[in-house]
Design a protein around this ligand. Structure first.
Ligand SMILES: NC(=O)c1ccc[n+]([C@@H]2O[C@H](COP(=O)([O-])OP(=O)(O)OC[C@H]3O[C@@H](n4cnc5c(N)ncnc54)[C@H](OP(=O)(O)O)[C@@H]3O)[C@@H](O)[C@H]2O)c1
Length: 305
């Protein structure tokens, strides 16, 4: 069957927290007939002033548009919200669920949607904060029904860049959480570095802009080589071997203790460094730590976009 593109001009948003409100505003600004529902009805007032239609019930919201976007706090809230519906309410809807969750939760929701007669299900991971929605800096990962993605990509692109990960509904969530784990690693390192220099009254702002950020940017440039080592499982030929790095890392922890800085963020990494050295890989590169944390499951998955 040929996919119909660009025919949707009507969308429903369930959930008007900071993110749902940003999504609704974005559709409104782009001329979409936008129906909204939120547990706390009051939050819809500014959107209604801007032209949105406020549905009184979840049921009315779902029946209003063929494309339904869910952006609630978590999956428990989604089940609570959809659980009270009559059997046929989801029939005919394509659901795009942009609520953050795990791959298992996304797959479970895809199954639930199918059993409830939903036309199609797409799961998504929003890689932006609300103020960046609709800007060039926002992108959203999608996975699930390929037909639904093709049909609604043009409407979804109103929110930001679109990246389709594949038909397994859990993939968008997996990649979303992987990107967030990279971000939290970066922020954790930032916070510890600032705590160290602040222990001697160095201003965080000055330290960050003149030294830390340029340093991190330089270190990010090493990541493509690390990724290559991981893909090839070859960590040899290190110019900065892991035994030397383990000693340097020990100094970071000792200096932190001496300066009264909490070491809890850094300790787990030291455990891995020590184990890799003890396992006999002292001459290899840092990327070899991957071997200690990787999953044994190999799905041989490739990113498409
Ligand atoms: N904000 C971000 O930077 C960001 C970025 C990427 C992804 N996300 C994801 O987007 C989703 C929404 O985030 P947000 O920032 O909009 O969160 P939020 O501002 O805290 O809004 C939470 C939403 O969930 C609803 N909700 C919570 N408990 C409920 C319940 N028991 N029954 C019915 N509705 C309930 C809230 O309704 P009420 O208004 O009635 O409380 C509100 O609509 C989350 O999954 C989040 O991880 C957010």
């Amino acid at each position: 069957m040929e996919t119909i593109k660009n025919t949707v001009h009507s969308v429903t948003i369930l959930g008007l927290g900071s993110m749902g409100t940003a999504l609704a505003n974005s559709f409104l600004k782009n001329g979409y007939k936008t129906t909204v529902w939120n547990r706390t009805a009051q939050k819809a007032v500014p959107l209604v002033k801007a032209g949105a239609i406020q549905a009184e019930t979840v049921e009315d919201a779902l029946l209003a548009s063929p494309l339904v976007i869910i952006c609630l706090l978590d999956y428990d809230v989604i089940y609570e919200t959809l659980g009270k519906l009559g059997r046929d309410t989801l029939k005919g809807c394509t659901i795009v669920n942009l609520t953050n969750g795990t791959p298992q939760e996304a797959r479970g929701m895809a199954e639930h949607a199918e059993k409830s007669g939903t036309k199609a299900y797409l799961d998504g991971g929003i890689m932006a904060v609300p103020s960046l929605i609709s800007t060039e800096h926002a992108f959203i990962l999608y996975s699930g029904s390929p037909t639904a993605f093709e049909q609604y990509e043009s409407a979804l692109s109103v929110l930001g860049g679109t990246t389709y990960m594949g038909s397994d509904s859990g993939l968008a969530s997996l990649v979303d959480l992987a990107l967030l784990s990279g971000m939290y690693g970066l922020f954790g390192g930032f916070l510890h570095a600032v705590a160290l220099v602040k222990s001697e009254n160095v201003k965080a702002e000055e330290f960050s802009s003149t030294l830390l950020i340029p340093w991190l940017q330089a270190m990010i440039s090493v990541m493509p080589e690390m990724a290559k080592q991981i893909d090839s499982k070859n960590y040899s030929g290190a110019e900065s071997n892991i035994a030397m790095q383990e000693v340097g890392y020990r100094n970071i922890l000792q200096a932190s203790i001496d300066q009264g800085v909490d070491t809890r963020l850094l300790e787990p990494f030291q455990t891995l460094l020590k184990q890799r050295v003890a396992d006999g890989y002292e001459k290899e590169d840092l990327a070899g730590l991957f071997e200690l944390i990787k999953s044994e499951i190999d799905h041989n998955y490739k990113i498409r976009s």
